[in-house]
Design a protein around this ligand. Sequence first.
Ligand SMILES: [Zn+2]
Ligand SMILES: [Zn+2]
Length: 231
Amino acid sequence: MPRGNATAAWEVTQPLRARDRVRADAVAAIGAWYNPWAHLAFPSLVGIGFIAASIHLLDHPTALELLAAPLFLVLINFNEWHIHRNILHRPSWPLQILFWRHTPEHHVIFVRDDMAMRATREFRLVLIPFYGILAIFLTSLPLTATLWFLVSPNVAAIWVACSMGYTVAYEWLHLAYHLPTTSLVGRNPLVGLLRRHHATHHTPELMQRWNFNVTVPFADWVLGTIHRDAA
Ligand SMILES: [Zn+2]
Ligand SMILES: [Zn+2]
């Protein structure tokens, strides 16, 4: 098994039989208790709950405070690019598990011309762990507290709403890209446009270098990591 940054073994498209073996192993590892709809609903409800609470906390925000929202969304977009490129595609302590679930599993199972899940149980192969959204809220608490005490409670609430909303959007969009293209959501032209960007990233030969944004490819555009030829 390759170690460290040696990801070359996964940077080639494997034959369907080999990919099906990885898929069968990954699906077999899903517990009998697993409920794909609960896996989708939990982060969605938590995220929407945090957004509602944040909006409830807002107290006559100024225009300048509201301007924090687009700024936060841009920063989170760059952070999405960074986490995807440097944590999901390069094993890094103590988050190696995220690498192992992403590069040797998600990327081997789903490739550019075979992006669709085959059953709802495969939500497990696309969505982040159900507690991920809580982990994101907790790890960003120091920033939330800093904003609350040093800037204003309104800006802290806007930050929470943005980070939670972005996480939910990430989950919904990523799942949408891996739905069959003939499904109601998969047929949506905007989903189709964004899916093409992500599908290029699912070309094993390109995945380590190109198209790291999963939501809106803004950081990819700024940093010059949109692959033009394979789209
Ligand atoms: Zn994907
Ligand atoms: Zn990736």
